[in-house]
Design a binder for this molecule. Structure first.
Ligand code: TYD
Ligand code: MG
Length: 457
């Protein structure tokens, strides 16, 4: 008699399992995330041992043979950068992003260079071989070393990888692969986790890189869950607005390089192309002689990037004024408005306030506080600020400007793009080297009001 199926409830957000349904996950406290799954057998891979096998003895660091990370170039400088300098042999990379953002496109594009010396296996559960052929034609991917396999059974796929031993494997996407032995449906948390486990083990045993595509659900998490992020070595997210042509590839976890690196791409009719000079692209076409606009400089990993911040302050028609922030933290904006009212004497009490970061970019760094505050003040007073001045700095609750990291890099980027003056916190100003001070006029400011004055004269 076949074993009786047992219902378990798995949290789609953190992967926590319970035998009873809960409205709120007991572990991650997410509401309405428990999904029912029927189990006839326990998932094998959670019980299986790691690739090292049983009976392995502990070793000292000296006794472990030295190996160096072999990295494959992907042919895209931006993609290599987010990976930390290339695709590491034996690593598992998760590429997440909204549907339609360009995950399949970029992976097919990197196949061209990877196929230059490596056998690439592209596993597609979403598109037919015919569709892929059409797309490859459009993207100009012609390499003979690219093999397409349209199949979704994970166990078969892993066996196939072992027998064919390709140089690189791409799985598009993990949500479509399944293990028939497990009774839960394709795309469920258990299926996604166990399939990812099997692929990760295959990558380690064969010492080949595997890139796994994962869709993001509407909250921005990779569907079927955080646990996926623990299984892989590197997590990349593809971000961007659908209506904007450019896309940002961001690292959130990397065992082989730094996180917070970004790569910038632009989607065109021949696929994704790299953007060499993202700052220039982001500040292009900004209005001149208009109030409420200010350029911010944020550090994305090791790179300074300029972005345009726009603020709009208008009298509110209702008793309760509206506050809205796009690309900037709403609570941080409320805090800045409170500081400006209390400490700097700018009153936003019965005004609707809007902040927008142009180009669909999200800026979270405190260093962008000053630009946001200045754009709001400029709009409030309807006073045009100079368009060749850039400002950065963190704003404290006493209205003071606090020093930020990497000041020199930010200033040099501003100088490179033709800005004439930089307004920086006084503490940063004191520690700047003479060569930086020569490159561009720098004004040190202690309070927001000083900074605003330096923006208009
Ligand atoms: P795709 O890579 O299929 O997205 P994902 O795999 O992340 O779901 O991207 C599809 C989108 O990209 C689609 O809206 C069309 C657009 N696109 C272009 O604009 N130009 C191109 O050359 C290609 C291949 C796609
Ligand atoms: Mg796709």
């Amino acid at each position: 008699m076949p074993p009786k199926a047992k219902a378990v409830y798995v949290c789609a957000s953190c992967g926590h399992e319970t035998s009873k349904w809960f409205g709120q996950c007991p572990q991650c406290k997410e509401w309405n995330s428990m999904e029912e799954e029927l189990r006839t057998v326990a998932p094998k891979s959670t019980q299986q041992q790691s690739a090292l096998g049983a009976g392995t003895a502990a070793m000292t660091l000296d006794a472990i043979a030295e190996s160096y990370e072999h990295r494959y170039r992907t042919g895209s400088k931006e993609f290599d950068r987010v990976l930390g300098g290339g695709l590491v042999k034996g690593s598992v990379v998760l590429l997440g992003g909204d549907p339609g953002i360009g995950k399949s496109t970029i992976l097919l594009q990197v196949c061209e260079t990877l196929g230059n010396g490596l056998e690439v296996l592209y596993i597609s559960g979403e598109e037919s071989a015919h569709q892929l052929k059409l797309r490859a034609g459009r993207l100009g991917v012609k390499t003979e070393n690219l093999k397409i396999l349209c199949e979704t059974d994970t166990q078969y796929l892993c066996e196939y990888i072992k027998s064919a031993s390709p140089g690189v494997v791409i799985v598009d996407s993990i949500q479509t692969t399944n293990i028939p032995e497990l009774s839960s449906s394709t795309g469920s948390v258990t299926q996604v986790r166990e399939s990812a486990n099997l692929f990760a083990r295959t990558a380690k045993v064969l010492n080949i890189p595997i890139i796994i595509v994962g869709h993001v659900n509407k909250d921005g998490n990779i569907a079927g869950p955080k646990v996926l992020e623990h299984i892989v070595d590197t997590v990349l997210y593809f971000e961007g607005e659908r209506n904007h042509s450019y896309r940002i590839l961001r690292t959130t976890k990397n065992r082989f390089g730094s996180t917070n690196e970004i790569g910038v791409f632009q989607m065109g009719d021949r696929g994704l192309s790299e953007v060499e000079n993202p700052s220039l692209m982001l500040i292009e076409g900004r209005p001149t002689n208009a109030s409420g606009t200010c350029i911010a400089c944020v550090m994305e990993g090791s790179r300074p990037i300029l972005a345009e911040v726009q603020g709009l302050v208008t009298p509110s028609g209702f008793g309760n004024p509206r506050r809205m922030a796009t690309g900037f933290d709403y609570n941080r904006m409320s805090m800045l408005l409170a500081v400006l009212e209390k400490r700097a004497g700018y009153f936003f009490g019965n005004m609707d306030c809007y902040v927008n970061i142009i180009g669909g970019l999200r800026i979270d760094e405190p260093a962008s506080d000053l630009s946001v505050a200045l754009s709001l003040i400029s709009s409030l007073k309807d006073c045009v600020m100079r368009d060749d001045v850039l400002a950065f700095g963190e704003i404290g609750l006493a209205g003071e400007l606090r020093a930020v990291s990497s000041a020199e890099q930010r200033i040099l980027e501003a100088a490179r793009l033709g800005f004439k003056r930089c307004v920086v916190p006084q503490h940063n100003y004191k520690s700047l080297s003479a060569s930086v001070k020569k490159a561009i006029e720098i004004v040190g400011a202690r309070y927001v009001r000083d900074a605003f004055e330096a923006m208009i004269d």
